[in-house]
Design a protein around this ligand. Structure first.
Ligand SMILES: Nc1ncnc2c1ncn2[C@@H]1O[C@H](COP(=O)(O)OP(=O)(O)O)[C@@H](O)[C@H]1O
Ligand SMILES: [Mg+2]
Length: 355
């Protein structure tokens, strides 16, 4: 049985539908991200799971227990849920120990057990040596860990994170992403994690739920989303993509501009297609001829250190190709490129209108 079940959830503010018929499950121990651009309804969904927002319609169950059914709801403190916010709201006037102890004190946990649980949790997040410090005496990364410790110490059935890393600068954000992922693996807590950062969602999650305009666009593993996006928005939001209008030209054959290419994935129906080619899947071919090899001209080269971000023209099209830095590609060069048929994904153009 799923630890969290969200079933046809909608949330209105007056006339405005902030969350529109959203359904998803999270299994015990699973880490699932809600990903999408600002304003797409991620926080509103999360707050409704926590009981901080009232549903207009739909149902939510946590650990098999119904907590919301339309506007009927169980109060937040009876849901067994804890939330880590963007501003971690570490209490500056309390020590690290007291910050973590707070939730247990309000549950009237006996002193000996409280001390043991606070110390175990601080140890687990690597703050064992800091229990006497005050919130203000911690670095951004340490405050982040303290916020996690505070959320897990009461053993909630579900952890909710709302963009907890967005306030950190880029370097620290990446380190904390790794740290939080490791911590999560060790704790194995069922979690829903909200972020607008696709790299963060991809790197941390078992499953990603991509949202737009209050609706779910696609859900699946990070690999599912990246390799088989179901619409233009999904292809562009998760990673970089060349999206080129194409037409079917026989079984497994497509025409894109003046190029004729083989694609491994079969196209469904006769709708117009978007052909998705990731920049890193464009390779340099040694010579002309061979499957999916085409002539191209290098229009622009950007040196990124680990690769060259090139704009190329081929068959009357412009596309982006990330080529190896050691290839020393120059602007104006005439080359041959190749895309493996397995790396050509066909995205139905029609799905876009329905979202
Ligand atoms: N209390 C509110 N009253 C009116 N509109 C709101 C309220 N909270 C959120 N919204 C609107 O609902 C939409 C979704 O917001 P939110 O869930 O915060 O988006 P996200 O977290 O994905 O950035 C936004 O358009 C936002 O302006
Ligand atoms: Mg938000």
């Amino acid at each position: 049985m799923a630890q969290l079940q969200v079933d046809r959830l909608s949330i209105r503010y007056g006339q405005y539908l902030a969350v529109d018929d959203v359904s998803f499950d999270v299994r015990e121990g699973e880490f699932v991200s809600l990903l999408g651009p600002s304003g797409c309804g991620k926080t509103t969904t999360l707050r409704c799971i926590a009981g901080l927002e009232t549903a207009s319609s739909g149902r939510i169950a946590i650990g098999g227990q119904r907590v919301a059914d339309g506007s009927w709801e169980v109060p937040p403190n009876k849901r067994g849920v804890n939330m880590v916010f963007q501003s971690y709201a570490v209490w500056p006037h309390m020590t690290v120990f007291e910050n973590v102890a707070y939730g247990l004190r309000s549950q009237r946990v006996p002193t000996a057990e409280l001390t043991r649980r606070v110390r175990d949790t601080l140890e687990m997040v690597g703050l064992g040596a800091f229990e006497k410090r005050y919130g203000t005496e911690l670095s951004g990364g340490q405050q982040q860990r303290l916020a996690v410790a505070r959320a897990v110490v009461t053993s909630p059935r579900l952890l909710l994170f709302d963009e907890p890393l967005s306030n950190l600068d880029a370097g620290l954000r990446e380190r904390m992403r790794v740290e939080l992922t490791e911590l999560q693996r060790r704790l194995g807590r069922t979690s829903v994690y909200v972020t607008h950062d696709q790299a963060e969602a991809m790197a941390m999650s078992d499953r990603v739920i991509l949202m737009r305009n209050g609706r779910i666009v696609q859900q699946g593993t990070p690999r599912d989303l990246y390799e088989t996006p179901n619409c233009r928005f999904a292809a562009e939001f998760v990673g970089n993509a060349n999206l080129l209008p194409g037409v079917l030209d026989g079984p497994g054959r497509i025409r894109v501009g003046d190029l004729r290419l083989n694609a491994a994935t079969p196209a469904s129906g006769d709708a117009d297609l978007l052909v998705c080619i990731r920049p890193e899947n464009v390779q340099i071919a040694g010579e002309a001829g061979g499957e999916n090899v085409f002539a191209a001209q290098v229009e622009r080269v950007g040196y990124l250190g680990n690769s060259l971000s090139c704009e190329i023209s081929a068959g009357g099209l412009r596309l982006r190709a990330d080529l190896p830095a050691h290839s020393r590609m120059q602007q104006g060069a005439s080359i041959h490129l190749r895309v493996d048929p397995a790396n050509i994904t066909l995205v139905p153009e029609v799905a876009e209108a329905a979202i």
